[in-house]
Design a binder for this molecule. Structure first.
Ligand code: ATP
Length: 534
């Protein structure tokens, strides 16, 4: 296949294969080595891997049996068949019947899986896709999980798997690579944490065995906490790559089963020769489209290169999977299974979405204050375009009668953690934020997300509003827009319509705008007249 650059929809940048050759060669090497292995036939919505294996084993043993029978002396056209030859024929017929029955059962299973997937809005492609999970109990009956997993899932109050968990868990447990897309707040974290814990079986001091990469420190910290929740009762060494660990730790002396980090920190530790990733068996790229954006892709490339174990299992997860990233994933992963829940690149359907015209920048603060006066239903997240605007808006809101706080990249790690913790604890009602917490953060029960500044891409929109309406709860999203944002309205309107929202027809009839990062120069957020400031 001709090698060509792949551009990323959201960054507007291109992924240069020459610049990041290792990402490609790593994945390609595996593919080439594995080409010696016979490719199984392609089945959409296929059957379970073990079932398939069982079926194959049955067929092979029958064939062997037949071969053994057939390799006896050739009798020729004798009309005087011995009783022995009659027995051979009966055996032959029985074996044939059993093969037919096996094939029929396999076909029935494929049909049952297809119906079940349809019911749960699961779309798969790839060869021999394992059957989805009917229940968490199957983790034990079908995949022999240890009891602690089921106990912890029950303690967390999870009654049944979410659609992404139903499909991605068996895929990874069957040793298949996977790229998966499912709506925000639909349980993707446990969809990869659960199979990793099950596959690792028990703690070991033999080096890092799983790496989970996340685009932000906040998300890495949250994922580490989720891993610990699911592994409660087992002494796995789960390490969040902190600043201290990056600087001082020698990983050859620290036991670590699962390492969770931003790509920068892992890459730094590897470069300092403090971290050996050659034994890594699982590599997860969470929020994968973000990780492939310019600024992170180089670091991800280094980590992929350092994970040199040829039998490594890689997986990509995100709520947004642009075609370009998917195309890239398709060329670099080995016999991967694609799992899409619902419609690709659409927002969670449990969020009520609203567009509000505010005329100009001045109108925004008025609109926000009015909304809060009429109905402030905390917790509320307010997203702005950059850290300067976050500071400005915070300065305006901190004297109002609401408990507001702010989070952006200029704050220290401790201040950022505090802002997140206070918001989680309900001490902060309104958290003003940049896109630094737009992805992956799981704040329980955010009632409303306000896009004070119009998001710079449809992916940013999906992730921002996805901080609300999680795990089946309902939520609300209000997007303020000015004249400057009108050309990009249609892109957001498309997302709204795709997730069942109502959109005015005039917006749908606007011309489609090729989406570039939309970050217009905006007037400062300030209610005091300029001369009063001076
Ligand atoms: N099977 C389940 N049943 C009920 N709740 C669940 C289940 N699995 C996960 N959850 C909960 O759903 C919430 C969202 O999960 P998670 O953070 O993994 O979502 P996500 O799909 O990764 O979202 P995002 O795309 O925003 O990162 C969490 O609070 C989690 O505890």
């Amino acid at each position: 296949m001709a090698e060509r650059d792949t551009s990323f929809l959201f960054s507007g940048t291109s992924f240069n294969r020459k610049k990041f050759p290792t990402v490609f060669t790593r994945f390609k090497e595996k593919k080439e080595n594995d080409e010696l292995i016979e490719e199984p036939k392609l089945i959409e919505d296929g059957n379970s891997a073990e079932e398939e294996e069982r079926g194959k084993a049955q067929i092979v043993s029958k064939k062997r049996k037949r071969k053994a029978v057939n390799s006896g002396p050739v009798e020729g056209f004798s009309v005087f068949k011995s009783s022995k030859s009659q027995k051979v024929n009966e055996d032959d017929e029985q074996a044939e019947n059993e093969i037919i029955q096996g094939k029929k059962e396999y076909q029935r299973q494929v049909e049952r899986d297809a119906i079940f997937r349809k019911k749960h809005n699961i779309h798969v492609s790839g060869s021999n896709v394992p059957s989805p999970l009917q229940s968490f109990a199957e983790l034990k009956t079908r995949f022999k999980s240890k009891s602690y997993i089921l106990r912890n899932l029950a303690d967390l109050g999870f009654k049944e798997p979410t659609p992404i968990q139903r499909q991605a868990i068996p895929v990874l447990l069957s040793g298949r690579e996977c790229f998966a897309s499912a709506p925000t707040g639909s349980g993707k974290t446990f969809a990869f944490v659960c199979p990793i814990l099950m596959k690792l079986k028990r703690a070991s001091k033999d080096g890092v065995r799983a790496v989970i990469l996340c685009p932000t420190r906040e998300l890495a910290a949250q994922t580490a906490r989720e891993c610990k929740k699911l592994s409660k009762g087992r002494k796995f060494y789960i390490k969040l790559m902190t600043k201290q660990l990056v600087k001082g730790a020698d990983f050859s002396k620290i036991p670590c089963d699962i390492l969770i980090s931003t790509p920068f920190r892992v890459q730094f530790a590897v470069r300092k020769r403090k971290l050996d990733l050659s034994k890594v068996e699982f590599l997860v790229l969470d929020e994968s489209d973000k990780l492939f954006e310019l600024g992170l892709v180089k670091q991800v490339d280094s980590v992929v290169k350092a994970c040199s174990n040829p039998s490594i299992l890689r997986s990509l997860f995100s709520a947004t999977l642009p075609d370009t990233v998917e195309e890239l994933a398709r060329t670099i992963m080995h016999d991967a299974i694609r799992v899409i829940i619902g419609r690709k690149n659409s927002a969670s359907e449990s969020i009520k979405q609203k567009l509000v015209f505010v005329g100009s920048e001045e109108g925004k603060l008025l609109a926000l204050r009015q909304t809060f006066e009429e109905s402030l239903n905390p917790p509320v997240l307010v997203f702005v375009q950059n850290k300067e605007r976050a500071k400005e808006l915070y300065n305006e809101m901190k004297f109002d009668d609401i408990r507001a706080d702010v989070i952006h990249a200029d704050l220290s790690q401790i201040q950022r953690e505090e802002a997140v913790n206070n918001f989680r604890a309900g001490k902060t009602w309104v958290l003003i934020a940049t896109d630094v917490i737009a992805r992956g953060m799981d704040f329980k029960g955010v009632n409303c997300v306000v896009n004070y500044d119009f998001p710079d891409s449809s992916a940013a929109y999906i992730h921002r509003i996805g901080r609300s309406g999680r795990a089946g709860r309902s939520g609300e999203a209000i997007t303020l827009y000015t004249e400057a944002d009108v050309p990009y309205l249609r892109n957001i309107a498309n997302v709204m319509a795709a997730s069942g929202g109502e959109v005015p027809t005039w917006i749908m009839s606007l011309p489609k705008q090729k989406w570039k990062k939309h970050r217009p120069q905006r007037e400062a957020i300030l209610t005091k007249p300029i001369d009063e400031e001076e």
